[in-house]
Design a protein around this ligand. Sequence first.
Ligand code: FAD
Length: 320
Amino acid sequence: MTRVTERLQNGDRPLLSLEITPPDRGQSIDELFHNIDSLMPMSPEFINVTYHQAYEDYEEKNGSIVRRPRRKKPGTVGICAAIKNRFAVEPVAHLICGGFDRWETEDALIDLHYLGIRNILALRGDPPPGQSLFRPKKDGYAFAADLVAQIRDMNQGVYVDALDDPVPTSFSIGVAGYPEKHVEAANRETDIRHLKEKVDQGADYVVTQMFFSARLYKDYVARAREAGITVPIIPGIKPITTPRQLERIPRTFFVSLPDALVQSICEARTAKEAFKRGTDSVAELAGELLEAGAPGLHLFTMGKGRGARAVLTRLFGSHR
Ligand code: FAD
């Protein structure tokens, strides 16, 4: 059971992780498996599976307002278990604060541990659709640092309620970082301070939000080191494959796109050319990051294999 933590300490080449999202409720998992299959020649070592918070909305039915629980994308724990059985690769389960109290968090961690899953990316989570502010569940956590602390405690055999002779877990803990700062942070300095809190609570490494300029990563790592953060910082990269993403990505993830990249994709005459320009540019960025000493690459694939494959093929050839 490889843990990201040891892999970062002992690997002889840059780590490669892919991030996928579970299929929408009611959809088959076959397309996702097919896309992972197509990326296996690149020897990814970890597959991160995102977590999507359940939420509620209300609708009118027969003159009354009824509550409707919704979960668009279920299945993170199940998909992690399926990946572990099906592919020679370790899953990294994303676990969020949103929608969990600390006992439910503990149950989720116990289930993951039973399944042999040893890698967690600990996140706060975004506010659910229709809400602008994140609200923790009663007895849950407002910040990812508190979730990290709970996982660290379990790794030391400390459960929420005192237990007789509890068995410690052995999770590797990753957290998120934001080279362009998290959207809610007042400024870069406070955001780095909050990153430091996550590391001080026990995070072993950081995976960044996507960004599109190597300068942003280098600057972020320098500021983190200055703040006393010594753990590895893995850059997150996202292949751009369509002109539509030029508008959607900044709006969804609060990141900026370099003018030259936007212009190059806008000037493409066909969808194929736009795809090539977008993926070539991200492959070039990935090359620069590795040259700058990044410990690995984390590719946001959103479950689609084609863009990730194009970036990795350009970078490493047909097999890594
Ligand atoms: P935190 O570290 O808790 O930070 C949230 C905000 O609070 C920041 O602005 C921070 O500066 C501030 N803050 C932190 N501590 C304090 C404090 N003590 N006092 C005041 N302010 C504080 N979302 C999902 O829902 N599911 C996923 O699977 C998922 N995967 C992701 C994977 C990666 C690699 C990344 C980068 C993001 C992912 N996200 C996911 C999105 C993430 O959940 C959101 O960006 C969320 O808004 C913040 O999560 P966080 O863990 O960074 O939160």
